[in-house]
Write a protein that binds this ligand. Structure first.
Ligand code: 5GP
Ligand code: MN
Length: 340
């Protein structure tokens, strides 16, 4: 996956002190933040000038991540982000493979003069980077960053902060090591990260045992009042309006994971959550087995992602979005019945 001639060229690039910007996708998740901050810590160890720019802010359950306070959220600091991108020698694209996924930053990154390096595990990468490292079999971008660092420098001591960040992204993107993307290599990398100082129990607690009272009540509300079962299509979904979110004092990240509860139901092979937020409908899709939610999201909801986990955008209103979704299911009836 990591072509040695490309790695050799990047080694030469990094042999002198550089101005480096690391970017990731809109609504950054654990893997986006983990890979960006993991690489940030490594490049800082190597004495480069490094800044992480995210298109918008990350959920507060990731605030504990070492280095997060130094990240710049582009939507609040667009001028600064523009200047930094313009001045950068190297720009990394991590955990995304299409500039569209960086929203307002897309044009700035596209037009920047710096050398662009993409490291990502989503399907169908766009062709805009000078170096493209794409591995759709990788569990996470964090796993790829670990490999990338080791390709640059064998058996390097990456430091506790880098290890903690990379561990976080692998853990979140594999659903705590249970999704089919989890390989023996994933576990080998994780073992190495723990060896290098990632405190696994501490990180699990920071991610999963920091619920607010409101967040748990929102989950309860979704499960008891908002879950729609379409048994004929082995499908379950939840739809949340902005006023419902307000009732539970919604904070970014509070709806994370709810879609997986719908998928955990026996004989449900496809789940979705529709969330009305910032004047648009954000959708998450999940599946078990062969049903390809990446293709589904691409074909119908301006989205994409992975085979079993993808996202997209809805129509103008929630009702229109749900109607479209429900009306699409009959054409997938056969595919939805299989869960291998
Ligand atoms: P989530 O549902 O957790 O937001 O995203 C699931 C997966 O799909 C993640 O890997 C995420 O990066 C990807 N994804 C989410 N929304 C979009 C989208 O609008 N377009 C594309 N191409 N991928 C998305
Ligand atoms: Mn990822």
């Amino acid at each position: 996956m990591m072509q040695s001639n490309e790695i050799e060229k990047i080694k030469i690039l990094l042999s002198e002190k550089k101005k480096i910007i690391i970017t990731t996708h809109y609504n950054p998740d654990g893997d986006a933040m983990g890979s960006s901050l993991g690489l940030y810590h490594y490049l800082k160890l190597k004495k480069h000038q490094v800044t992480v720019i995210t298109p918008n802010s990350w959920p507060s359950f990731l605030d504990w991540m070492p280095g997060s306070t130094l990240c710049i959220a582009g939507d609040n600091h667009l001028k600064k982000a523009a200047r930094l991108l313009e001045e950068a020698d190297i720009i990394f694209s991590l955990d995304y493979n299409s500039l569209k996924r960086t929203n307002e930053l897309a044009e700035l990154i596209g037009e920047a003069k710096g050398i662009k390096i993409m490291i990502d595990h989503h399907v169908q990468p766009d062709d805009y980077a000078d170096y493209t490292f794409s591995d759709v079999t990788a569990s996470s971008t964090c796993e790829m960053i670990y490999e990338f660092i080791n390709a640059l420098e064998a058996e390097v001591a990456i430091g506790e902060d880098c290890a903690a960040c990379l561990y976080t992204g692998i853990m979140t993107d594999t659903g705590s090591f249970k999704y089919s993307s989890t390989s023996s290599k994933t576990h080998q990398v994780v073992a190495e990260l723990i060896q290098q100082g990632a405190k696994n129990t501490y990180i699990h607690r920071k991610l999963f045992d920091t619920n607010t009272y409101e967040r748990l009540r929102l989950l309860g509300f979704c499960l008891s009042e908002k879950l729609t079962m379409l048994n004929d299509y082995h499908t379950a979904f939840v739809a949340l309006t902005s006023s419902e979110l307000e009732n539970f004092n919604y904070k970014k990240g509070d709806t994370e994971g709810i879609v997986n509860y719908a998928l955990s139901i026996k004989d449900i092979n496809f789940s979705a959550i529709f969330i009305e937020r910032d004047n648009e409908i954000k959708i998450s899709f999940r599946s078990k087995g062969s049903f390809d939610v990446n293709s589904f999201a691409r074909a119908h909801f301006e989205g994409g992602g992975h085979h079993n986990a993808a996202g997209g955008k809805g129509e103008n209103t929630m009702d229109e979005t749900i109607m479209k979704f429900v009306q699409l299911l009959p054409q997938y009836k056969q595919a939805l019945a299989i869960n291998e």
